[in-house]
Design a protein around this ligand. Structure first.
Ligand code: FO1
Length: 321
């Protein structure tokens, strides 16, 4: 039964990639569609680097570095070390195998392929059976505004400044003229279920939601989010800090609120069971379970529970409370 389900997952970095992998494994290799944030993308040494696409593809291909979440397992750093000796910019670590992917993606794009076409080709070559689609083929870049009135590119904020600056807001440059990459709106329309993976709502999911047509299409679907905030904190990344700096108490309730104009249900961790009443008051149905994914089995279990929960709600129709 699970094999025939059409699932669309929206994902950003590490947490999102892990659940996308769990969904793919649970659906026994019937392909899922993963729509991935590209606001984190950057150009370095003339190469087009798409960190969230990299993390999702490496995770689905079983090539992800298990310890730091980004980059590749069994990586070497010959080129990076030589770049350092040459006095080249070294704030963004590029491993040798990772570099090969950026070189080939840039080569494909410079040969005239769109980012989504280049991603489709690379997924085939990496043996990935799922459909990984960048949210748009147009350039969208996340800028983070900081308390001193300046702004940083996402990677400057995340890597160079280690997420330390206090933020006051975001801008997704290019978002107004960008459109969802081919196939995304149709995949959402045809989906049995849409899952928002446990990614950063502000800088991984919001850019996708702001693309023309995405929010209206989600409002017609059963959409389940898995909260990336557990006990007021994230497993990884600045989402909880961003909620606080944007004036909100970080929690599963804040995540539910963030998506309340289309969200049907939310999967929250046992630590947040106290928030279920407030979540229901907002017309969103909570499922309380373990949402920490330490092992591949955890990923599959969370995917299974999220899908079963979502399909129950989908069968009941959109207006549940
Ligand atoms: N994150 C870091 O904290 N330091 C790095 O040097 C770094 C390099 C890097 C290279 C390729 C890639 O795909 C991701 C990389 N990341 C690095 C992670 C990246 O900044 C984040 O994964 C996303 O942009 C946020 O999810």
């Amino acid at each position: 039964m699970a094999e025939s389900l059409k699932i669309v997952a929206l994902a950003g970095g590490v947490g999102g990639a892990k659940l996308a992998d769990g969904i793919s494994r649970y659906l026994n290799n019937s392909p899922i569609t993963v729509v991935v944030n590209t606001g984190d993308d950057l150009e370095l040494f003339g190469l087009h680097i798409s960190p969230d696409l990299d993390t999702v593809c490496y995770t689905l291909a079983g090539l992800a570095n298990p310890s730091c979440g980004w980059g590749r397992v069994d990586e070497t750093w010959q080129v990076y070390e030589e770049l350092q000796k040459l006095g080249a910019p070294d704030w963004f670590h590029l491993g040798d195998k990772d570099l090969a992917l950026h070189l080939e993606r840039t080569h494909l794009i410079q040969s005239g392929q769109s980012l989504s076409e280049a991603t489709r080709i690379l997924c085939i070559r990496l043996g990935i059976k799922d459909r990984v689609i960048p949210m748009t083929d147009q350039m969208v870049r996340t800028l983070v505004f900081t308390q001193d009135g300046s702004h940083l590119s996402f990677q400057e904020y995340f890597v160079k400044e280690q997420c330390e600056p206090v933020i006051t807001g975001f801008e997704f440059k290019g978002i107004r003229s960008a459109k969802p990459a081919d196939g995304i709106l149709q995949a959402i329309e045809e989906a049995h279920l849409v899952i928002l993976c446990p990614s950063n709502p502000w800088v991984s999911i919001d850019p996708i939601l702001l693309l023309k047509g995405i929010r209206p299409s989600l409002q017609k679907k059963c959409v389940i989010a898995v909260s990336p905030i557990i006990g007021g904190k994230t497993i990884k990344g600045p989402a909880a800090k961003m909620f606080r700096e944007m004036g909100e108490i970080p929690g599963s309730l804040a995540v539910a609120e963030h998506y309340k104009d289309f969200l049907t249900g939310i999967v929250i961790d046992h630590q947040d069971v106290g928030e279920t009443g407030s979540i229901i008051d907002r017309g969103i149905i909570p499922l309380v379970t373990n949402t920490i994914m330490r092992t591949i089995e955890d990923r599959i279990q969370l995917a299974k529970e999220t899908i079963n929960f979502g399909m129950q709600l989908a069968r009941k129709g959109k207006n549940l409370v």
